[in-house]
Design a binder for this molecule. Sequence first.
Ligand SMILES: Cc1cc2nc3c(=O)[nH]c(=O)nc-3n(C[C@H](O)[C@H](O)[C@H](O)COP(=O)(O)OP(=O)(O)OC[C@H]3O[C@@H](n4cnc5c(N)ncnc54)[C@H](O)[C@@H]3O)c2cc1C
Ligand SMILES: Cc1cc2nc3c(=O)[nH]c(=O)nc-3n(C[C@H](O)[C@H](O)[C@H](O)COP(=O)(O)O)c2cc1C
Length: 602
Amino acid sequence: GGGGAPKPEKKDDATEPDVKEEEDSDLVPMTVIFGSQTGTAEEFSETLAKEAKKNGFKATVKDIEEYDHEEELPNESFVVFLMSTFGEGQPTDSATNFDMWMKEQEDTSLLSNVTFCVFALGNKQYEKFCAMGKRTDKYLGRMGGQRLMKCGIGDDDASIEDDFMEWKEAFFAAAGARFATSKSEGDEKFTAEWTVDILDGKEAETYNSGFKPAPEFKDNIEMAKVITNKERRQKCIDGGSTREVIFDISDLSISYITADNLGIYPMNDPNTVQTILKKLHTDPDTVFRFQNHDKHLGLPAICSAKDVLLWHLDINNPPKKSLLNVLAGFAGDEKEANTLKSWASPAGKEEYKKNIEAPHMTILGILEAFPSLDVSFGNFVELVPKIQPRFYTISSSSNAQPSAISITMSVLKGGVCTNYLKDLKPGSDYAPIFVRPSTFRLPSKISTPIIMVGPGTGLAPFMGFVQEYEHKSKANGGKPAEGERVLFFGCRKRDVDFIYREELTAAKESGVLTGLQLAFSREEEKKVYVQHLISQQAQALWKMLSGGGYVYVCGATAMGRDVKEAFVEIARSEGGKSAEEAKAMLDTLQDSGRYVQELWST
Ligand SMILES: Cc1cc2nc3c(=O)[nH]c(=O)nc-3n(C[C@H](O)[C@H](O)[C@H](O)COP(=O)(O)OP(=O)(O)OC[C@H]3O[C@@H](n4cnc5c(N)ncnc54)[C@H](O)[C@@H]3O)c2cc1C
Ligand SMILES: Cc1cc2nc3c(=O)[nH]c(=O)nc-3n(C[C@H](O)[C@H](O)[C@H](O)COP(=O)(O)O)c2cc1C
């Protein structure tokens, strides 16, 4: 065993030939700034930077979080932003300050010396599609910046990488024309930036295996013991399964508020990991040290081969085209190299879909299908994207259950995190968790009417709400609070996937819920969904809204869209508003935190 370490390019070597420096001095400086939550915008920024040189530019990549926009932005000559959108049209955590700053700027000549370009990342399933990128484009223009070309749009619901590749071509063409750069034949070959060493002796002997977060992660990640892990459906048909997993946090420093999000770092499938390590001729227990100048690695600097693959690499998603392109350089067989290159090319769109996307081919599949690939362990770790945590809406109340966090998850075929969680043994297994705040907050006045819409696992936060009101009711001698609390839930059939049936029925009986509306989509010929029931209840719901009520919607993005439309229609029909006024009213409710959504695309 033992993995080969790559020979890093010595970038800062003062003895480099002068010719190269002269060449570099002809390059036009370009700053690439990304606002990324799950790594896509960051990856695209790196790709852009790598291709800058052959297009006549010298790129510097910066995370918006570490960029001093006030000082630096007005002094840039050429700047490119790659911005993704989160929440409901919000910036990534890293771009929150920048977003606020942009909105406040009134000086319309602040950026008059700056040429800019924006690529917006988003997902069409969300109503506020690419909002942050579009906003960045708008405000940079308002500050007097020179727009190189119109804002690029990337849709993660289709192929965001294809969108990016197309935009990139147009971008370099426009930038080349604007700055009169000359193109050169670029060196497409991968040069390792990381230094990878094998540790031996004491350093290796004292290594403790298991999950350790990368040092740059800011969340407080702790190992939490699983205390419950049980099926919540009545029947598991066609592999369908919804489980409740409860973590003990009594001895941890983690705390939460009802309906917060629980972040989980999943472990990859150990069998897959073992097979990949064999293919890479690497002993699972070899301990490595990784370095990348002063840049983040996305994993701990010291880590065993096994732990790197178990916890830190995204080995389950189909590899991106950019990765296939780089891998082509590692294929000993020319035919294999050409196939990889063609699948990664714009002309190979359909081939990529057919061979990679549709069969969900993973990096292991690639290693198996292209046996001439000879990648060292170090290069592999540098190249493969790092794994992202998954989020689950907490389904317990922090007042009723301060020392435990429960989540409700639907197990997905082939899904990394849900299949990892489903097998954790209560009482003995631990998982790396952390808490992130959510926008779901109950009104401060307990009697304020609330409307909850949560079909499927979208029910999660409302189980937390139900527990919360039950807790308050107990403290009040068993008397439920004043005010209306209506829940809309939906599933296929009441005797199949009606999760928390007993709890919900009891909550309705005790008055903790004043209304429980159930939509079953597979019981009758006509499919009934929550939005249908919402429309049927128009009058009552309008009364609740007019009385200062709050609306909470949780679950799939498509459902969220339909439900919002149903509410707009209620404001129109019951409130006597025009279609435009009705939509504006819902937008106002949303902006003021009275119409809150937590939606994820499946
Ligand atoms: C704010 C927020 C809150 C959320 N709350 C909840 C919640 O309360 N409950 C809940 O259940 N989920 C929730 N989610 C979704 C959750 O975060 C995960 O996305 C989901 O559980 C899937 O994770 P996974 O790792 O199992 O799937 P992944 O590994 O990420 O897989 C993604 C998709 O690829 C498919 N796939 C993977 N491998 C294969 C393969 N070999 N063949 C075919 N298809 C494959 C999977 O079926 C899945 O559809 C939430 C998401 C967000 C953003
Ligand atoms: C919880 C969540 C909320 C999102 N909200 C939006 C949104 O409001 N509008 C949008 O266009 N895209 C939205 N997206 C999609 C992301 O912007 C898109 O997947 C993007 O490619 C992520 O880029 P990143 O990996 O650089 O963070 C959302 C994604 C998630 C997971």
